[in-house]
Design a protein around this ligand. Structure first.
Ligand code: F6P
Length: 341
């Protein structure tokens, strides 16, 4: 069998662990040939690829990023790929394509699968927002990075009696904010799923200071919005990939709190630090298992599906089911976090 693999969309710790696992399983177990397309679907459309043998994936398990490169696909190019799906498989002689990516990549994978390409998807995203899988690799690493950052910010905040507003990633789903905020003992958490009122945060900080506590840490997801009429904060424009260009909620909220509290409030934007660097042990294991199961699925001819974690088992779920809705944070999970503020 000849298998094509690619990584698309925003990168994420653990991508290399999947690539390595695919190559090991395919080559060692089945004597397959594996090729890696460069820079996501762009490499597939432009015919840029390289052979991946055991040597090519040696030493990459713990490496962040992706050795294949990644990119987001513009809608026009996706249409082009779908129109040529049958030719693509024939031109490259591939019997299976394993795209590793988030919501956008898996939606494209589904369209390519519907257009006739034999596809087995592997979900990834630090946001953990893909329905049908309990976890995506990369999330554990991102939560660890954000938690460590908040632990560190607490000590400096206390020395200077400051409020720290820590902005973490999470466009539509606040999983990173929820879990890193809980793990770090943040005093406020703002999620995209529930508009917040800055007045509640002001009250929380004032009560803390009245109790003799001299600092506060607030964890805010980049996609969080204030409730209507509570604070000046506009919605951003939509870019060519269909994503809102955020206006910087961390900075806006820190300024707002400083104005209302008369205390120093500092914004800290963690940004892509959460996506870089070595994956945690958990993410390496999950990524390796997903790669193994993707190759098995390809050999069974189980196409149009993606790997998913259900409890502790890796199962295959239809791509159609996986990309219909985002997995957002249920409100009762927020209640659990708030009980310890
Ligand atoms: O989807 C993963 C993600 O990291 C989001 O949390 C974030 O909004 C987005 O990607 C950032 O994308 P880019 O790297 O294109 O700025």
């Amino acid at each position: 069998m000849r298998i094509g693999v690619l990584t698309a969309g925003g990168d994420c710790p653990g991508l290399n662990a999947v690539i390595r696992s695919v190559v090991h399983r395919a080559v060692a177990q089945y004597d397959d040939e594996v090729i890696g397309f460069e820079d996501g679907y762009a490499g597939l459309l432009d015919g840029r690829y390289r052979a991946l043998d055991l040597n090519a994936v040696s030493g990459i398990l713990a490496r962040g990023g992706t050795i294949l490169g990644s990119s987001r696909l513009e809608r026009d190019r996706l249409r082009e790929a779908c129109e040529n799906a049958a030719d693509i498989a024939r031109d490259f002689g591939i019997d299976a394509l394993i795209p590793i990516g988030g919501e956008g990549t898996l939606t494209a994978a589904r369209m390519l699968s519907d257009a006739g390409l034999p596809v087995v998807g592997v979900p990834k995203t630090i946001d953990n927002d893909i329905s049908s899988t309990d976890r995506t690799f990369g999330f554990d690493t991102a939560v660890g990075v954000a938690t460590e950052a908040m632990d560190r910010l607490k000590t400096t905040a206390e020395s200077h009696q400051r409020v720290m507003v820590v902005e973490v990633m999470g466009r539509h789903a606040g999983w990173i904010a929820l879990e890193s905020g809980m793990a770090a003992g943040a005093h406020g958490i703002c999620l995209p799923e529930r508009p917040f009122d800055p007045a509640d945060l002001v009250k929380m900080v004032e009560e803390r200071f009245a109790r003799g506590k001299k600092f506060a840490v607030i964890c805010v997801a980049e996609g969080a919005h204030p409730a209507d009429g509570t604070m000046d904060y506009g919605k951003g424009e939509i870019d060519q990939y269909g994503h809102e260009r955020f206006q910087g909620i961390g900075t806006a909220l820190a300024h707002e709190l400083e104005k209302r509290l008369g205390k120093e409030a500092k914004p800290v934007i963690l940004g892509h630090v959460q996506r870089g660097g070595t994956p945690t042990a958990y993410d390496r294991v999950l990524a390796t298992r997903f790669g193994w199961h993707a190759v098995e699925a390809a050999h069974r001819g189980d196409f149009g599906k993606m790997t998913a974690l259900r409890g502790t088992e890796v199962v295959m779920v239809p791509l159609a089911e996986a990309v219909t809705e985002l997995k957002t944070v249920p409100i009762d999970r927020m209640d659990e976090a708030e009980s310890v503020f």
